[in-house]
Design a binder for this molecule. Structure first.
Ligand code: HEM
Length: 387
């Protein structure tokens, strides 16, 4: 009997560097049943993409496998086509109506001010001093809402991120659910008190009445979307800087502006924040020769798929002009990331700021990984701009 690799996503060595284990899983057991998570786990690119693409066989909406989820709770992430369509269209159009250039300018302004404030420090924490405030500013600007208190919001976001690992640790459920209520209260306030500020929410409110989208979908989706933005931009801003610090000379390559958009996509492929997502089999299916029964959960390890050498030549290398780069870091199919353009912009602007910074960013000590599996991020990344 072959000895199967043990996959414990929260094991410290796995949190530090999950990619050797992902490689082993892809090669030895690409579709396997994970008892603790009560799910199939997929690691190969083609299998993961098929699950995300094929919404008829693999569902988000748990009502399709007989679960009793009340209609008033539905949101963008819990619906499937065809109900998903009008809501996604409304939101995509609202994104398109925003002035991305103006938001990019304000993001750079905020990040450059932070850089000035830390310029003389012999050590500062990139995560708390830059990644978190930059993610909150850029998200609040996009939504057109007053920025919430950073510390209070970071706690809410942290509990919600940990809640995504409920299959590994049930203790995260209660604090996560409480944080979701806090987030929904914040979203209700934004929706009720019309500040008339330009931004995503004003556009959504203006276009909602003429659409076929029920009000409660918007109420339930506003907080989800705000946090999808803050949480991933925060995590990405830590991961990509860590990647750049570990690949000397790469930041300088971005002085060639033509590399900015492909390079940001590659940073997401190489070590993105979204390590995994899940679906439920809505009908009998076969993946890699394994039979999946209706009602069974499936975890697609996006980050493992993103290093699959069958899709990405030299998959463990960072190649800033990689083409094509059909990575799954923003998902795929009907639930693919709505804010991908915006997330790319946020990372691009932080890179632009690093290129104009008061010095060269250097790591001054050991980083600390956050103990979360679904979202890969950091708690602490000590750096300096000093000599
Ligand atoms: C680097 C930044 C980002 C990354 C890596 C990322 C990643 C992802 C991934 C992997 C998914 C798909 C999840 C699934 O299929 O189950 C997703 C969905 C989503 N993302 Fe992003 N995201 C980022 C930034 C953003 C931003 C800035 C926003 C909003 C402004 C946003 C809003 C959303 C929403 C609303 C969904 C749900 C879409 C749906 O279920 O139909 N994301 N994101």
């Amino acid at each position: 009997m072959p000895v199967l690799p043990v996959y414990d996503p929260l094991d410290p060595a796995t949190l530090e560097d999950p990619y050797p284990l992902y490689k082993q899983l892809r090669e030895e057991t690409p579709v396997f049943w994970h008892k603790r998570m009560n799910s199939w786990v997929l690691t190969r690119y083609n299998d993961c993409r098929e699950v995300l693409r094929n919404h008829e066989a693999f569902a988000r909406d748990r009502r399709r496998v007989g679960e009793d989820v009340p209609e008033f709770r539905q949101n963008l992430q819990s619906l499937d086509p065809p109900q998903l369509g009008p809501l996604r269209s409304l939101l995509i159009n609202a994104f398109r109506a925003q002035d991305l250039d103006a938001i990019a300018d304000r993001t750079r302004e905020r990040v450059m001010k932070i850089f000035e404030s830390v310029a003389d420090e012999s050590e500062f924490d990139w995560i708390h001093r830059v990644a978190a405030p930059a993610a909150l500013t850029v998200t609040s600007e996009l939504f057109g809402v007053e920025e919430p208190d950073l510390h209070e919001y970071a706690d809410i976001a942290d509990a919600i991120t940990r809640r995504m690992d409920a299959g590994l640790d049930p203790a995260v459920i209660a604090p996560g659910d409480f944080a979701r209520k806090q987030l929904n209260a914040l979203a209700d306030e934004w929706l009720e008190h019309d500040e008339g500020r330009p931004g995503l929410l004003t556009t959504v409110k203006e276009t909602l009445a003429a659409s076929r989208v029920p009000d409660h979908y918007i109420r339930n989706t506003t907080g989800v979307m705000f946090n999808a933005s803050y949480g991933t931009v925060f995590a990405a801003a830590g991961n990509f800087v860590h990647t750049l610090l570990n690949h000397p000379g790469t930041l300088d390559e971005f002085r060639n502006e033509t590399l900015l958009s492909s390079g940001v996509e590659e940073l997401i492929r190489f070590d993105g924040p979204a390590q995994a997502t899940s679906r439920i089999a809505a009908q009998p299916a076969q993946l890699g020769g394994t039979v999946i029964e209706p009602g069974q959960a499936i975890i697609t390890l996006l980050a493992a798929a993103n290093r699959d050498p069958d899709e990405f030549p030299n998959s463990d290398e960072l190649v800033l002009d990689r083409t094509p780069n059909r990575h799954l870091g923003f998902g795929w199919g009907p639930h693919a990331c709505l804010g991908a353009l915006f997330g790319n912009m946020a990372i691009r602007e932080i890179i632009r700021c690093l290129l104009q910074a008061p010095g060269t960013l250097r790591q001054t000590g050991e980083p600390v990984r956050r103990t979360t599996a679904t979202v890969r991020s950091m708690d602490f990344l000590p750096v300096t701009f000093g000599a």
